[in-house]
Design a protein around this ligand. Structure first.
Ligand code: AGP
Length: 598
């Protein structure tokens, strides 16, 4: 571009500030050298400290980091450099094979300065540059060695006229301007400068110069011809990727966030499984949606790993179980924010009694990560909607992987069961995505038909009790309707007195071990003339034929994975109910995203 890059990078990063981050950085090529400015903190704090907007040069890259591998710190902030400071890279996503590549690079003399998965990419490019094949080809060959999800952007001191970028699964969009071109993970970054955008597809890369954009395939280097489109969105709409609310955007992100959660490095799963294997008592600790993920995981630990764990609501933990906690206790704590006061108080109480704390959170560097002996980041990216959606499915995805690691360690699962689950992990993103596209309009129609009802009940059996409870929580927190959720078998012990003609009962009814029993529960409700809406597999016969309305789910999901797919229509159900009632689903009344008071 013409002019200095610093103010443009600063302004563009500010436009993406809504996404949430813990550190900021920029790199530009100035007089044939790469200059990097980066630090932890908010953009304006880092600006005051380092004057990032003063960066000169006409080519540069910037980044705001949401920590995944390695806590928030100056070293871990992007951009990252190679050994010689010739290549700088910024990255969104997860490099799955970074441990192997790191070992390989260190063995050949590279010195890595950070704990990120990103830095190895700069060193891979450095290795390739030694072959005198040029910057673009060096990036292409480096990208071919990566597995995982990534949007990467590079600058190189040897070729200061270009930015090279690569995409696989993580979003990357190019802004085509006049005598300047831009790239970003999200359109709002460049929207005031150009409305002409060009989307990179998976396994494509692009070379940006001030007056040209070349797109090519990573595999072959073959050129891709693609025309830009004109972005009609306002900045406000663009921040939500075209969705009217963050919640709907986040619901729709789940095919990717589930996949990212399943990418958790085996070493951390192994560490957690080992700690749990040594324990005398294991508690799963959380609040709200995170508690429901724990509840579902309880079935997985019992049925897959053959281990008894006790799920506990954090605010009840010390009063109920304080007397039992000792050094042989493991407390696996789940908190999206890592800052929930009830959860942290319970964790501190357990720590004081000598327990080992395992943490699962979406916020690296949060208090939970500091209190934990071992922690895992669930890789969901920032969640803006107060109602947890993508973080629930990601939490449970990691928890089931921990349960599987424990089952393997204890040698208690058959290879057939393990294989079925592994196949299921591979298909989960597709199941979620099919459900979203196939049921979007159907769920909206069901909501429309039932929007005058004053109360709802959600029933399930087995692992689907957790799904029912989470569906209930979503509905009541967003549409302020009294809602009930029960194990379906328990409903005849009290709840059934509430049921009268037309009362809406939602059944979560996958064809799992509990299916034959839930048929009887549906009949009980129909006998009281309830209005039954059921979530059933596509090939379902009996429950579907007894129901007034159905929401059809994919066939053949392994029972332990059903919460991840069956919760999706219930999230949409709550979303549409709130919208139809005129409430803002992103900001429900009386609720905070992170509850930091007791
Ligand atoms: C979920 O939709 C709620 N906003 C709430 O129940 C939340 O899950 C709970 O406060 C726990 O938060 P945490 O996961 O950040 O600890």
């Amino acid at each position: 571009m013409d002019g200095e890059v610093g103010p443009v990078l600063y302004d563009s990063l500010k436009r993406l500030e809504y996404r949430g981050y813990d550190s900021v950085g920029e790199a530009a090529v100035v007089n044939g050298k790469i200059v990097v400015k980066k630090d932890i903190g908010k953009i304006d704090e880092v600006e005051r400290r380092l004057r990032i907007s003063d960066l000169s040069g006409s080519i540069g890259i910037g980044h705001t980091r949401w920590a995944t591998h390695g806590a928030p710190s100056q070293e871990n902030a992007h951009p990252h450099l190679d050994c010689k400071g010739i290549v700088a890279v910024v990255h969104n996503g997860i490099i799955e094979n970074f441990m192997e590549l790191k070992q390989e690079l260190e063995a050949s003399g590279h010195v890595l300065r950070s704990r990120t998965d990103t830095e190895i990419v700069a060193h891979l490019v450095e290795e390739n540059l030694k072959l005198k094949i040029g910057f673009v080809e060096s990036v292409r060959r480096a990208a071919k060695r990566l597995t995982g999800a990534y949007a990467l952007a590079f600058v190189c001191a040897d070729e200061p006229d270009k930015i090279v970028c690569v995409r696989k699964e993580s979003p990357l969009v190019i802004g085509v301007g006049t005598n300047a071109n831009y790239l970003a993970s999200d359109i709002p970054a460049f929207l005031p400068r150009t409305k002409n955008a060009l989307l990179l597809e998976d396994d494509e890369m692009a070379v940006l110069k001030h007056d040209q954009v070349h797109v090519m395939k990573v595999e072959t280097g073959e050129e891709v011809v693609r025309k830009p489109f004109v972005v009609e969105w306002s900045v406000e709409t663009a921040t939500k990727s075209g969705f009217p609310h963050f919640m709907l955007k986040e619901i729709n992100e789940q095919p990717l966030t589930v996949r990212n959660a399943l990418r958790t490095q085996p070493i951390y799963l192994e560490l957690m499984a080992s700690a749990m294997n040594r324990a005398n008592k294991i508690f799963l600790l959380a609040c709200g949606t995170s508690y429901h993920a724990c509840l579902a995981a309880t079935y997985a630990f019992a049925n897959l790993a053959k281990v008894e764990v006790t799920p506990v609501i954090a605010s009840e933990f010390i009063d109920s179980y304080g007397a039992l906690i000792d050094k042989d206790t493991v407390v696996l704590t789940v908190s999206q924010s890592g800052e929930t006061a009830d959860t942290l108080t319970a964790v501190r109480g357990a720590k004081d009694r000598g327990a080992t704390i395992l943490g699962l959170t979406n916020v690296m560097g949060s208090t939970l990560t500091r209190l934990s002996d071992v922690y895992i980041g669930q890789n969901s990216g920032p969640e803006r909607g107060v109602a947890a959606t993508k973080t629930f499915t990601a939490q449970y995805s990691v928890l089931i992987k921990i349960a599987l690691a424990l089952a393997r360690k204890r040698n208690v699962a058959s290879s057939k069961d393990i294989q079925r689950l592994e196949d299921g992990f591979n298909r989960l993103p597709e199941w979620v995505s099919t459900t979203l596209s196939a049921q979007r309009e159907n769920v909206r129609r069901v909501v429309q038909k039932n929007s005058d009802k004053g109360s709802f009940c959600f029933l399930g059996r087995g692992i689907s009790v957790a799904t029912a409870l989470e569906g209930r929580l979503k509905l009541l927190e967003l549409s302020y309707l009294p809602a009930i959720a029960y194990p379906a078998g328990e409903s005849k012990h009290g709840f059934i007195s509430v049921v009268e003609e037309g009362y809406p009962v939602l059944f979560v009814a996958p064809q799992d071990e509990a299916y034959s029993k839930i048929i009887g529960n549906v009949m009980e409700m129909k006998a009281r003339r309830a209005h039954v809406v059921s979530l059933v597999e596509g090939n379902d016969g009996q429950v579907a034929s007894l129901s007034d309305e159905t929401i059809q789910m994919p066939n053949g999901i392994p029972s332990l994975l059903t919460p991840i797919v069956f919760i999706v229509p219930l999230q949409l159900f709550a979303y549409w109910m709130a919208v139809m009632k005129g409430y803002d689903p992103d900001f429900p009344r009386n609720l905070a995203k992170s509850v930091t008071v007791h």
